[in-house]
Design a protein around this ligand. Structure first.
Ligand code: FAD
Ligand code: FES
Length: 367
């Protein structure tokens, strides 16, 4: 008998807990993946079914998730795991597809970062048949369930993905309100999904596509974001809900414009990269002990993730800014400070996120 991921086998009808107990010490998925990597009892995975490249430095993967996938809301992200050079790496990617896509597949558009490990790997090696580890969708960035009367979507570079998902979702819902999709890039050649964006705008009267180029004159707008741009293309922006995702410079200028206009409450945003940098500090004191690795180093004042990496360790991480929980480890003793909130934690035997924790004096980690 052939076992396929689509056709549940006889074995699947046996209680999973029993099968897993029989399969100890290996979880049952370790055995099932020998039959087919998409045949899983518990783990969520996805098979790449199509690979396209709408710009030179991006790659778009269409992914068919296994039956455990519970769907997503436009704007959320998933953690994607893949083995690169023998080590399993996890990164966050926001689906760019509509949450209503009829075939249930998700589309991920990945920009190849210079020196980026996973993005470069996917850009160079993604092909149909590649199987990725996936998490369920996470995050609170997204459209409210009761859709607002007007929507302004602002993005730059690879930050297009969550807002494109919102645009596609609204179009699938025949949303009747005004939508302005304002995207910034260097030139037309850097705009991922440009052909489809133009098609969507042509098909939907209420959707207006505005392209701002910083390095070319043939866009709808020229130069970096300013409030004048908004007044020109969405004069009703103060009454709209605005969703923003892009590089740190664009994020900072839109946020400060909205703050100054007293409109911070109208703006939702998602960062792809950390806004903070915990640099080495001259007054950092104490030692960090990585107990599982039998390693001890002086505290440099950087985050525990950065210090573990500097010590030659390879802890798992995803977002590096405290939102995905990939880097959670047990602090067995010592005091740490959360760089996002400033909160200090002196408890022992607690889970902490390495990417947003800096040691305050001696710290011992189960790593
Ligand atoms: C919620 C969320 C959703 C995301 N969605 C997408 C998406 O849809 N498409 C997409 O292309 N990316 C997305 N990202 C970014 C993605 O998770 C990775 O950070 C990115 O692909 C780089 O990973 P890497 O392994 O190639 O780089 P790494 O090897 O981890 O890093 C290499 C170098 O690049 C720097 N770097 C890492 N990430 C960034 C970044 N985002 N911007 C600038 N410099 C960076 C690092 O500081 C380092 O110096 C998202 C991130 C988050 C947190
Ligand atoms: S890497 Fe995402 S929370 Fe630390």
């Amino acid at each position: 008998m052939t076992i396929t991921p689509e056709a549940p086998s006889r074995a699947r009808r046996i209680p999973l807990a029993l099968l897993e107990a029989l399969a100890t010490p290996h979880a049952i998925d370790r055995y099932l993946e020998l039959v087919h990597p998409m045949l899983t009892a518990r783990e969520l995975r996805g098979e790449v079914t199509e690979v396209t490249r709408s710009t030179a430095n991006t790659v778009t993967l269409t992914v068919r998730p296994t039956r455990q996938w519970r769907g997503f809301h436009a704007g959320q992200f998933i953690r994607v795991s893949i083995e690169v050079e023998g080590v399993l790496r996890t990164r966050c990617y926001s689906p760019a597809s509509s949450q209503h896509r009829p075939d249930g597949r998700i589309e991920l558009t990945v920009k190849a970062h210079p020196d980026g490990l996973v993005s470069q790997y996917l850009h160079a090696n993604a092909r149909a048949g590649l199987v990725l580890g996936l998490s369920q969708a996470q995050g609170v960035f997204g459209l409210p369930d009761v859709r607002p009367d007007r929507v302004l979507l602002i993005s730059g570079g690879s930050g297009i993905t969550p807002v494109l998902s919102m645009l596609r979702t609204l179009c699938d819902e025949n949303y009747a309100g005004d939508v302005v999709f304002l995207h910034y890039g260097y030139t037309e050649h850097d705009v991922a999904h440009l052909v489809e964006l133009r098609e969507l705008a042509a098909r939907h009267d209420k959707v207006s596509l505005v392209l701002g180029y910083t390095d070319a004159d043939d866009g709808d707008l020229r130069g970096f974001f300013s409030l004048e741009h908004l007044e020109q293309v969405a004069p009703w922006y103060a009454d709209a809900k605005t969703f923003l995702c892009g590089p740190p410079g664009l994020m900072a200028s839109v946020r400060s414009a909205f703050d100054e206009a007293g409109l911070a409450g109208q703006l939702s945003h998602e960062d792809f990269a950390p806004a903070f940098s915990a640099a080495p500090a001259a007054d950092a004191s104490g030692r960090i002990r990585f107990t599982a690795s039998n390693l001890e180093v002086d505290n440099s004042g950087e985050t525990l993730l950065a210090q573990a990496e500097a010590a030659g360790l390879n802890p798992e991480y995803g977002c590096r800014m405290g939102i995905c929980f990939s880097c959670t480890k047990v602090k067995t003793s010592g005091c740490t400070q959360n760089v996002n909130t400033g909160e200090v934690d002196a408890e022992s035997e607690v889970e902490i996120q390495l990417c947003i924790s800096v040691p305050v004096g001696d710290v011992e980690l189960a790593l």
